[in-house]
Every structure is written in structure tokens, then in C-alpha cells.
Write a new protein. Structure first.
Length: 314
């Protein structure tokens, strides 16, 4: 098991524990000691890699996918740390070159601890070397689980992870246990003009609507459509129809038997391959990116079945 896999497992364990998943109910009566071991210590293993580290000896990772932190939220967390103390340790690794403990997970808690004036921070120290791709994967999973990343931050982190590992969309989705289509839609946001990306980051434009706008090929048309969506308060479905009417829309075009000025929604595509036929359907509409994502996801399911059959045959 790789260091990243181990960290991902630990992250999942933390989430399950915080939600009470798999937690055994407390017995109604005290459990007697066994061989002199008090009941409260039976089956309990103490962690050997947790440490109290001076706050100033900890530094953020410059490649951390999260770029922005809400000052008001940090202040609230700082007040909580002053009142209740640190409830959950951060994760760090020693960086010999910089001479500091570099944060893997928990930069927000460290920032709040600094604001609160805490001298020490509780941290789990991850031993052993980690390459940049492993660190980014762990940070990305942690932030996605906590929904801390903004849409554009997440998209940039996904793209960086793919570039560093030479991964396809399918591979990065599998590695991070993400839905393939969601990765496709996230990456599409990076094709938008910076002005539209800024609206998505500010919360003025929903990511799902921005994804629909990304289907318009012309940059000026995209910006004009984004402005119209905001001004008219369009819903996502209304934005979809507006995209289809755009002259350079990738999903636009007139269909036979459709009234002038209207565009037929493409909900199914037929492919011929290997002497057979493959049909892809989505009642909300299809474009090339979504079609490809659905085909690749289906191919992944078939491959998984083949692997299972091979294992059973062996």
C-alpha cells in the first residue's frame, strides 16, 4: 500500500468516525478488566506519531490546492480554539530542505491557531518521503471531502494532478473516487474566460450553469451569455436553452422538422463499432464531452467485470 493510499484510508477513517459510522454502542454495564488491563484500554491502541509542535515551526504547502480562506470563518475558528482548544490534529511532514514541518492537511486550523496566539499545535507527523503528486492527491481528497475547495480551485488541482501523473480523466476520477462526469464538468470550467471563472469563484454564477456556457465556442459570446444569465436571473435549464441558441454553441444546430429559431435537444447518440451498435442517452441533453465521459465510464464498468471474471476463473 502506498503512502498516499494509507493517508486516504486514514482520512476516510476520520470522516467515518466524526459521523459515528461503525462506532459500536456503549455497553450498559461496565466491562470488567482482563488480565489486569482496565476496561477503557481494552482493544485500544495509542498513536505513536502525534506530536505537539511549535506553531512557528509549521509552514503551509505552497502547492496546496486551496488558495483562499474566509477571514470571518478563520476568526470564528480562532475563537473556538481559544475556548475549546484544538479538537482535531493537523497532518504534517518534515521538510528537510526548508527546515519546517510542512502541512499536508489542516492549513485552515493552523492559520486559526496562529490567529488565536496558540504556541503549540497538535499534529500527526507523516514519516517517509512523498512525491508532489501523492501530497496533492491527499490534499485534494481532504478538501473535497470537507467541501472546502471552490469550483475553480478544485478544477485547477485536478488538472495539476493529471499533468503530474500523466493521467487521463478516467484515471484521476478512479484515483480520487470521483464521478467521472463531475471531473469532466470541473475541467470544462478552466476553458472559460477569467472573467467568468471569477464569477463562479465569487458565487455569482453556479458551476453547473458555467459548464453549460463553456459549450459556446466563441469567448465573446460566452461572456455576453454569462452577463445575460446573471442579469436575467436565469435558471440552469434556461441557460441550457440560451446556449443552444448561441451561434457558436457546440451543441447547437438546427434539426430536421424543427421550427425556425428553435433548436432540437440532442438526448441520444448512436455509434457503430465492431459490427454492433452503441446508444448513449441522457434526457437532459448530450454534448461531446458528456458523451465521451459516459462511454468511458461504461467501458470502465465492463473492464471491472472482466477482471472479476478472470479472478473467479483463476
Amino acid at each position: 500500500m502506498s503512502k498516499r493510499d494509507d493517508l486516504l484510508r486514514l482520512t476516510a477513517d476520520n470522516v467515518d468516525d466524526s459521523m459515528g459510522i461503525g462506532r459500536a454502542p456503549q455497553p450498559a454495564t461496565p466491562t470488567p478488566s482482563v488480565h489486569g488491563v482496565p476496561a477503557r484500554f481494552q482493544g485500544v491502541k495509542k498513536s505513536t506519531n502525534t506530536a505537539e509542535i511549535p506553531t512557528e515551526r509549521i509552514a503551509p504547502d505552497p502547492d496546496q490546492p486551496r488558495e483562499e480562506y474566509d477571514p470571518e470563518a478563520l476568526q470564528r475558528l480562532a475563537e473556538s480554539l481559544k475556548t475549546r482548544g484544538q479538537l482535531q490534529p493537523i497532518r504534517v511532514r518534515w521538510d528537510e530542505g526548508r527546515g519546517v514541518y510542512m502541512i499536508l492537511v489542516g492549513e485552515r486550523r493552523w492559520r486559526a491557531a496562529t490567529m488565536a496566539g496558540l504556541a503549540m499545535v497538535s499534529a500527526i507527523v507523516v514519516d517517509g518521503p512523498m512525491d508532489p503528486a501523492e501530497m496533492l492527491a491527499v490534499q485534494l481528497v481532504e478538501n473535497c471531502l470537507r467541501e472546502d475547495l471552490k469550483p475553480i480551485e478544485q478544477a485547477k488541482a485536478l488538472k495539476t494532478l493529471m499533468d503530474r501523473n500523466h493521467w487521463s480523466v478516467r484515471q484521476v476520477a478512479d484515483e480520487l473516487a470521483m464521478v467521472h462526469v463531475n471531473v469532466v464538468r470541473a475541467l470544462a470550467l478552466l476553458k472559460l474566460p477569467e472573467s467568468i471563472q471569477a464569477q463562479v469563484e465569487a458565487g455569482d454564477l453556479p458551476p453547473a450553469t458555467a459548464y453549460e456556457i463553456s459549450k459556446v465556442a466563441d469567448s465573446a459570446e460566452r461572456e455576453a451569455l454569462a452577463a445575460r444569465v446573471k442579469a436575467e436571473g436565469m435558471t440552469r435549464d434556461e441557460a441550457v436553452e440560451a446556449v443552444k441558441s448561441a451561434p457558436s454553441s457546440k451543441s447547437g444546430g438546427k434539426g430536421r422538422g424543427v421550427a425556425k429559431g428553435k433548436v432540437r435537444k440532442v438526448t441520444a447518440q448512436l455509434f457503430r463499432a465492431g459490427g454492433g451498435k452503441i446508444t448513449v442517452e441522457n434526457r437532459r441533453g448530450l454534448d461531446d464531452a458528456l458523451t465521451l465521459a459516459m462511454l468511458e465510464e461504461a467501458a470502465g464498468q465492463v473492464k471491472a467485470r472482466l477482471r472479476t471474471e478472470d479472478q473467479e476463473a483463476a
